[in-house]
Design a protein around this ligand. Structure first.
Ligand code: PMP
Length: 449
């Protein structure tokens, strides 16, 4: 790749973005009372020099305050996988919040049992508890795992992401041992005290760590989705289950992103048998929601422990968790929007997207790869596709990524910041996918000169 050419192309897209978006640019310049000028500091992760400001969003479309409309393949990095403001969720939210009233009254609603039963049908775990984020679902799952096993450490895959869970910010260091993930802000202690780490797809490494006897649980995505998509090799997930059982370690599947694989995520699609499962983001159709599921045996063991305070000060729970509004939104999303049929449609579109990207890569001759997990597709600047998180992290290319993101955004297509990821929702169309395919081919031609 001609780096000087890439830099010139990126600069010209940055200029074009500033020209196209005077209102967003000015809103950002004026922001003085926000830490980092944005409502959440990660919103500074944008390919240009300012974020686009949201005006509205419906289905697979987002519009900004400069009056542009975008085909949205970002979909809130999965929070809007059901599409933006899907009608059944709007109705359920209005019914709960306006008509009946009461978002958060410290009382259960009957919707919760419906949602628990539906999640049990999809993921195979019979007992559920709710949160408002996937991060909290993971935090609480980790605590329960430590409590029930009496062991202190949690094992993660290198370059995983499970939210801002302290224990998970670990990578395989240069000496092959667990090390702090670079950039970790205000870590409470050395992560090696709380955690162990193995590479994804490395059963020997996992076995070595579990043999130490101090691991309560393995918390993992069945496919990595936050460092590109890294798919499991044949036999890997079976091996993880066999090793965790042999070492009496709980297995927790985080399906927050891998939910894209189907109505029951990878767990449903691949007949996985975790002891716990965590999820967030998409299941509330954009209304803050999340939860964790447990096997009956694990739930009974936990509830049978008189020494564990699951009701009051035990560190598992939040005031607004499981609130009536969140649960109503989850019910509407699961019952009417992210249905089995919707996943079928989304997966077919994603396959079309993948084929379009593959053709673009092949005709450009670039050594890139593309991977898909149901409704989610991601391309990576390496071929063959990386097989571990560390390998995938090593081929990141911020300048190239920024160029491709801005190239798309300046032409009406949004990709996911932090990723080269495209997600399909029930409202995405073939034409949306084909627009991306054409723009992708144009971008590669431009790069080649
Ligand atoms: N788990 C996974 C697999 C994720 O990708 C993320 C966020 N990208 C989280 C958990 C955390 O989600 P949230 O920030 O909504 O709590």
């Amino acid at each position: 790749m001609d780096r000087a050419r890439l830099r010139r192309l990126l600069d010209s897209e940055i200029e074009e973005s500033a020209r196209r978006n005077p209102r967003s640019r000015s809103a950002y310049e004026r922001a003085g009372h926000l830490f980092g000028k944005v409502p959440m500091t990660w919103m500074n992760k944008n390919a240009g020099t300012f974020p686009l400001y949201l005006d509205g969003a419906h289905g697979a479309r987002v519009s900004d305050i400069d009056g542009h409309e975008y085909i949205d393949f970002c979909l809130g990095d999965t929070g809007a996988m059901a599409g933006h403001s899907p009608a059944p969720v709007v109705e359920a939210v209005e019914r709960r919040y306006r008509d009946r009233g009461g978002a958060t009254a410290m009382l259960p609603t009957e919707d919760a049992e419906w949602v628990g039963a539906e999640l049990a049908r999809r993921f195979g775990l019979p007992r559920w508890s709710f949160s408002l984020t996937a991060t909290d679902a993971n935090r609480w799952a980790v605590r329960l795992a430590r409590a029930v096993t009496g062991r202190r450490k949690i094992l993660f895959n290198s370059y995983c992401y499970h939210g801002s869970v302290d224990e998970s910010l670990i990578v395989v260091g240069e000496d092959g041992r667990g090390a702090m993930r670079p950039g970790n802000v205000g870590a409470p202690c050395d992560v090696a005290l709380t955690s162990r780490v193995a590479e994804f797809n490395d059963l020997a490494g996992l076995e070595r760590e579990l043999a130490e006897g101090d691991v309560a649980a393995v918390l993992m995505e069945p496919a990595l989705t936050n460092i590109g998509i890294v798919l499991p090799e044949p036999g890997y997930l079976e091996g993880v289950r066999e090793l965790t059982r042999r070492h009496r370690v709980l297995l927790i599947n985080d399906e927050t992103h891998t939910f894209s694989a189907g109505p029951g995520g990878c767990t449903g699609a691949w007949d996985l048998e975790p002891d716990m499962l965590t999820i967030g983001k998409a299941i509330g159709g954009g209304i803050p929601s999340g939860g964790y599921g447990l096997s009956a045996e694990l739930a009974d063991r936990l509830l049978g422990r008189a020494d564990l305070d699951l009701v009051d000060m035990g560190g598992v729970g939040g005031t607004l968790a499981g609130n009536a509004l969140s649960v109503a939104a989850m019910r509407a999303t699961l019952e009417h929007v992210l249905t089995d049929e919707a996943f079928f449609h989304m997966s077919a579109l994603s396959q079309r997207f993948e084929e379009g990207v593959r053709k673009g890569i092949e005709s450009s001759g670039l050594p890139w790869s593309v991977s898909r997990l149901g409704a989610r597709t991601e391309y990576r600047f390496a071929s063959p596709a990386p097989r571990t998180g560390t390998e995938s992290a090593a081929v990141a290319d911020a300048e190239l990524e920024d160029f491709l993101h801005l190239w798309m955004a300046n032409r009406g297509v949004l990709m996911t910041p932090f990723h080269n990821m495209a997600l399909m929702c029930p409202d995405t169309t073939d034409a949306d996918v084909d627009t991306h395919t054409a723009l992708f081919a144009d971008a590669l031609a431009e790069l080649a000169g």
